[in-house]
Design a binder for this molecule. Structure first.
Ligand code: ADP
Length: 566
């Protein structure tokens, strides 16, 4: 049968950023949807259209409307995304009718579950969550919420049954869809029965488990290890295999040992992680494809932030800072940075309390704090490892080799992290290139946020003393120690200056006192030679005398993003 054209028209497609440093861009494409494929082509006046992409409809798993608060960077204001072959195609339609008709037109595809169901996806809370700011929403374990926006990878916007919306950590919820579970650590798609047994027996932990594809297509099996004796007739008595079954009719359909029915496999697994309910043991430790238990579900009594010293391997030194040594290390199969805190440097008790809050801050542009090890002395912080070290050194090392795009991307990364801190009502207090780190993929992330409050060295904390970062501080901080997101904005202006001077020290040959004097006289840092006019205007905006005249990070992020579309 020949394909029949259903719809065609011009839409805007977001680039699928192949390199992490490449700026996002948006291209006009001519889309054609027929009964078999969705194709898009580049059309230049006077030239033949060039086919740029073609997606078979049978490989589309989901077409969903995107709800976003972020500014939409083009005149086509109706975004939606098409999930296919493990990729997202992000498209902006010119109007809502066009967006809806595209969604409808693809809906005959039986694999495309989302199209048959309600427009809105739902999620289930895996644990309770207490909001830290008024932008967040409380979660109650096992309750269902409507998913409003997943634009941000770490913070999803959800709505409760009362109609209240807010952000919640994406790690605290699971999508409530039938077979969308590739992202779960317990899923080892292509593992055979024998391989699963080998891995689980090697792990030898009560309740270690994985979910794998059964030999029968479309069927899934849960393999679980137990020390409890079971039938000797089995080849490997330590491992039990349970098929996930489905009722023929009705909803919910999935069940395991007994007929506790669930709408989706993630829900079913989540339930059995807490209840044996007919299984030989409850599913305690998800085992990953490569082997090795990932973090067990924390029981209510377990301190989520306390790291067991037995689980830490200390490696070589990678740096030294004001708090002490930083070592490379390993924790739970992960390469981590271990920051050993000199006892005389920090007030322990207060910091431990704060570490709880800092651990809840998670964002792709923040160096993640995994936990704190307080049972050994000196205490140490377990942090995400950042292969390319601190931003100020990185800039100096790359002097002359940084493109305009790379510099803008660095500022964008930092402003994204800062917009998140601002939204979380968290003040950084010491934003500077030396306190940002660069990942293996060259993403710049914020580190040491909020830490200055725990420094006991008053040379550092008093604005009159030598170690106080005067050159990065807003006038109201220097005068009255008045920290706010707007004083962070000032420091961000200085950080942009550091980026565009490739790591120079601001006010290079001047003392702190001279800097204060020149700021009081209304003088500011000079425009870096490499900074385009648009960027230098943003710096000046950050350095307005009155905090209210400075932009918020949300606004600055918007401005910087629009520069990267140019
Ligand atoms: P402090 O905050 O105590 O002054 P820093 O955070 O500046 O210490 O760390 C000192 C150095 O250690 C950094 O310049 C960097 O080279 C290295 N370092 C710190 N944290 C990490 C990390 N998470 N990953 C890799 N290296 C790190």
């Amino acid at each position: 049968m020949f394909p029949r054209v259903i719809l065609n028209g011009t839409m805007i497609k977001k680039s699928q950023q192949k390199k992490i440093t490449s700026p996002c861009n948006y291209k006009e494409r001519f889309f054609v949807l027929d009964t078999q494929e969705l194709m898009y082509s580049e059309c230049r006046p006077g030239k033949k259209p060039v086919l740029k992409g073609c997606i078979r409809l049978c490989s589309i798993e989901c077409v969903e409307i995107v709800f976003t608060d972020l500014p939409i960077p083009c005149s086509f204001k109706y975004p939606f995304q098409v999930f296919h072959d493990n990729h997202f195609l992000y498209i902006f339609a010119p109007d809502n009718d066009c967006r809806l008709s595209l969604k409808k037109a693809t809906s005959w595809n039986p694999r495309c579950r989302e199209l048959h169901g309600a427009l809105q996806k739902t999620v289930i809370a895996l644990q309770n969550y207490t909001p830290l700011t008024n932008k967040e929403l409380a979660l109650q374990k096992d309750k269902v919420y409507t998913l409003v926006d997943t634009f941000h990878p770490d913070w999803w916007k959800v709505q409760d049954k009362m109609g209240n919306t807010g952000l919640v950590p994406s790690t605290h919820v699971i999508e409530n869809s039938g077979n969308n579970f590739e992202r779960f650590e317990w899923y080892s798609k292509n593992m055979t029965r024998e391989e699963a047994e080998d891995i689980l027996i090697k792990e030898a932990k009560e309740g270690a488990f994985m979910v794998r594809n059964s030999r029968q297509t479309g069927v899934y099996t849960v393999s679980v290890f137990t020390k409890a004796s079971s039938s000797n007739r089995e080849k490997n008595p330590g491992v039990k295999h349970y098929q996930i079954r489905q009722t023929k009719t009705g909803e919910p359909t999935f069940y395991l040992a007994e007929k506790y029915l669930f709408h989706s496999i993630p829900e079913l697994i989540h339930y059995h992680q807490h209840n044996a309910a007919g299984l030989i043991t409850r599913l305690r430790h998800p085992v990953t494809q490569a082997g090795g238990c990932s973090q067990a579900i924390a029981g209510p009594s377990q301190d989520e932030w306390e790291v067991d010293p037995e689980e830490l391997d200390f490696g070589q030194e990678v740096g030294r800072g004001q708090f002490g040594l930083v070592l490379q290390g390993r924790w739970r199969e992960k390469k981590v940075a271990l920051k050993i805190i000199k006892q005389e440097c920090m007030s322990n008790e207060e910091f431990k309390e704060e570490a709880r809050i800092m651990m809840r801050l998670c964002h792709s542009k923040l160096v993640q704090l995994y936990g704190v090890c307080t049972q050994r002395s000196p205490m140490c912080l377990v942090l995400e490892f950042m292969d390319n070290g601190c931003l100020s050194d990185y800039l100096r090392n790359k002097k002359g080799a940084l493109s305009q795009n790379a510099m803008l991307e660095m500022c964008l990364n930092v402003s994204e992290g800062m917009a998140y801190l601002e939204m979380s009502n968290f003040i950084h207090r010491d934003l500077a290139a030396r306190n940002c780190l660069v990942s293996k993929e060259y993403v710049v992330k914020l580190s040491d946020f909020g830490m200055t409050r725990y420094v006991l060295d008053d040379q550092y904390t008093s604005s009159l003393c030598s170690k106080f970062p005067v050159k990065w501080s807003a006038p109201e901080v220097i005068r009255y120690c008045k920290f706010s997101s707007k004083s962070d904005i000032w420091s961000f202006g200085v950080l942009m200056w550091e980026v565009y001077t490739e790591g120079r020290i601001p006010y290079e040959n001047r003392t702190n006192a001279e800097v204060v004097e020149s700021l009081n006289a209304g003088m500011r840092l000079l425009k870096p030679k490499l900074a385009p006019e648009s960027v230098s205007m943003l710096m000046e905006w950050c350095w307005k005398e009155k905090p209210v005249d400075r932009p918020s990070f949300a606004l600055l992020l918007h401005e910087l993003s629009s520069l990267s579309y140019l």
